[in-house]
Design a protein around this ligand. Structure first.
Ligand SMILES: [Zn+2]
Length: 125
């Protein structure tokens, strides 16, 4: 982790996503809103937005590299499922884009490795 300059006068959202194809930007403090933005933008334009900034505020550092390990580690910190926006943000720090993470989630769910206790929240078996 590098030291960050944080100017108190500049109010920055925790998560920023941008579209590399049309320069649209979306900022929010709620990770799952990034996923909603991703889906909305993809539906309208066919573009894949990517994280531009992730400022995760986790109680414990996540060390896993693959999707299932990440969900497994995160689920201790979230009751009733880990928001997929948080999972995507962690995976993004590992070089996996939002679109790739959503595909991977779909695949792992098909094999029964993940479950969805409520919409857009996941747990790992
Ligand atoms: Zn776009």
């Amino acid at each position: 982790m590098s030291t960050q300059d944080q100017s108190p006068t500049h109010d920055q959202a925790a998560y920023v996503a941008t579209c590399p194809e049309c320069d649209v930007e979306f900022q929010t403090d709620i990770a799952n809103e990034i996923i909603e933005f991703y889906r909305r933008h993809y539906r309208v334009t066919g573009h894949h937005v990517v994280f531009d900034r992730t400022q995760l505020d986790l109680d414990e550092e996540v060390t896993g590299t693959d999707l299932k390990d990440v969900v497994w580690q995160l689920q201790n910190q979230y009751e009733n499922g880990v928001p997929i926006g948080i999972i995507s943000a962690v995976m993004s720090e590992r070089g996996t884009s939002i679109g790739e993470t959503l595909d991977e989630i779909h695949k792992v769910r098909m094999t029964g490795g993940l479950y969805e206790p409520r919409d857009d929240h996941l747990g790992a078996f």
